[in-house]
Design a protein. Structure first.
Length: 546
């Protein structure tokens, strides 16, 4: 079958607590279909545009997911956080700790559980598309836009991408950061309303369930809409779910930890559901109206307004719970405004996008319309060994290269991209990278007519990165690739002045393509593409080189 003439773009907002899906045919009016009829046996679908990011197992196999997971079911929640292996919340936040414990019980990795959840989500999505286009697989190609937190490491983003492919999602997957998805959706609406002007600057605050991410854009053109990121994106784990944790902690302190833990878990979960769907969604802090929740099994304590399994909450206590989270968000916003002001721009408005309103499809669907320019938040570079120059290099880095017969400087850095550099969408960072190789039967690295190579990519978040590898220069990933020994043998040979052994000088072209949420690598030799490289991220490696 030939290439499909049209495509369906599917946006998946995989969230810490809730996930959403929307899709559209990328052509014509681009009408977006937002899935809002998720399976819900209890019919308590107050957040119908989203489905809980929860899954349970029986005998090692997925049993329930989303709203079908019951209050008494032992289930994975916040599993997304475990994709960031060394995150502080892995050992400090109860839902994450519980999911981490459950991983060992069901003998699965976090990536495998995420893949199982995404597989169920994807199957339901395909059924939804099929209702409108029964033969869509014969007509349309499928492209997926998947959101990830801006504050995540490259390794966590890579695990997300791998989990999506394990789940059976198409190969054509684009990762986009959550604030960028929110910004594109929001500013597209503003452009349609004709309320944008060239030179306008906006801070977009994407308040999700787990993370709050911010990004700022300046409007450079209106037709087509061209945006330039005017401050490096920021974010933190202070989303709405931390209101739940704060409220739960307040109740635990109010009635005592021992009594709270003695109450049936189903009753505690039901109380938290009341808070989530009731108090949290209506609280304004502007009046003194009483709020209450039911907690079956709690002892009466009139002094603390606990009577007949009902706890009446003091307004001052609720304000404390909400202020703790709000103040963190307020600081993020203030810092983002300050960064925009440092660029000589004035923020016209702060656009808030909640976790229930973000529509990730826009980032994919309108990619042909938007021209994005961003400020890079990280510097990327490689370690090199140039000829030693006493005016540039320190003595301790000097070593004698026996292959070339010259003094060289080890531990030097070449930066392809620095923090704050402007990055236009689709920009490719290129460099040449050479190796002195021996090609012959005695060469230990000669395998089945192929020679294995690798290079290491490093990162740094300082505005002016160091010229040599210091403690602030961290290993990002290792790129492994191979070249034909027959091709390498064509290179002009030379002999080492020291060992008299024969070497060949092979030069590779390495391209690094920064995208919204990940990096793509391409390695070429003699202008022929060797591979689009799958990187091994640093958490799987040891940076043993000096």
């Amino acid at each position: 079958m030939g290439a499909k003439s049209s495509e369906i773009v599917v946006g998946i907002d995989f969230g810490t607590t809730y996930s959403g899906v929307s899709w559209a045919i990328n052509g014509g009016k681009k009408t977006i279909r937002l899935i809002n009829n998720w399976p819900d046996p209890s019919a308590l679908n107050a957040s119908k545009d989203k489905v809980p990011s929860a899954i349970s197992y029986v005998n090692g196999k997925p049993q329930k997911w989303g709203y079908t997971v019951g209050l008494s079911d032992e289930s994975f929640k916040w599993i997304k956080i475990l994709l960031e292996e060394h995150h502080a919340y892995v050992t400090t936040v109860k839902p994450v700790k519980d999911s981490n414990t459950l991983l060992r019980k069901v003998d699965k990795t976090a990536q495998a559980v995420v893949a199982d959840y995404l597989r169920l989500l994807w199957g339901y999505t395909l059924d939804d598309i099929r209702k409108f286009h029964p033969d869509f697989q014969e007509i349309f190609a499928l492209r997926v836009v998947l959101t990830v937190p801006a504050v995540w490491s490259h390794a966590a983003k890579d695990r997300t991408s791998q989990a999506a492919r394990l789940a059976g999602l198409p190969e054509d997957i684009t990762l986009v950061t959550e604030p960028e998805a929110a910004a594109l959706a929001t500013l597209k609406e503003k452009a349609d309303e004709q309320t944008l002007k060239v030179g306008d600057a906006f801070v977009v605050c994407d308040a999700g369930g787990g993370t709050v991410d911010l990004i700022s854009y300046e409007v450079e053109d209106l037709n087509p809409l061209k945006l330039r990121e005017c401050a490096i994106g920021s974010g933190a784990l202070c989303g709405s779910v931390f209101l739940d944790l704060g409220f739960q902690k307040y109740i635990e302190i109010l009635i005592g930890a021992n009594e709270y833990n003695s109450i049936k878990e189903a009753s505690r979960k039901k109380m938290m559901r009341e808070f989530e769907y009731g108090i949290k969604r209506t609280f304004t802090g502007k009046n003194d109206q009483p709020y209450s929740v039911d907690l079956r099994g709690v002892k009466d304590d009139p002094a603390n307004n606990i009577i007949d399994d009902t706890i009446t909450i003091k307004m001052s206590a609720l304000r404390t719970v909400f202020d703790h989270v709000y103040c963190q968000i307020e600081k993020l916003v203030d810092d983002q405004i300050a960064d925009v002001s440092d660029k000589g721009l004035s923020v016209k408005a702060i656009l808030e996008v909640s976790c229930t309103r973000r529509n990730p499809i826009v980032a994919g669907q309108w990619s042909v319309v938007f021209n994005l320019t961003g400020s890079n938040s990280m510097g990327y570079g490689v370690r090199i060994s140039p000829v030693y120059d006493s005016s540039k290099h320190i003595n301790q880095d000097c070593y004698y290269d026996e292959v070339e017969g010259v003094d060289k400087a080890c531990n030097q850095m070449r930066w392809l991209l620095k923090r704050g550099d402007t990055v236009e969408e689709g920009r490719t960072l290129q460099m040449e990278y050479y190796k002195n190789v021996q090609v012959g039967m005695r060469d230990a690295l000669w395998r089945d007519g192929k020679r294995d190579f690798c290079m290491r990519l490093f990162y740094n978040d300082e505005p002016t990165p160091p010229t040599r590898k210091t403690l602030g220069v961290k290993l990002l990933c290792e790129l492994s690739y191979e070249a034909s020994c027959a091709d390498l043998y064509i290179e002009e040979s030379f002999k080492s002045p020291v060992t008299k052994e024969k070497y060949r000088h092979a030069t590779f072209q390495v391209s690094i393509i920064p995208r919204s949420a990940d990096l793509e690598f391409v390695v070429k030799y003699r202008d022929e593409e060797l591979a689009r490289v799958q990187a091994d991220y640093a958490e799987n490696l040891r940076d043993t080189e000096v």
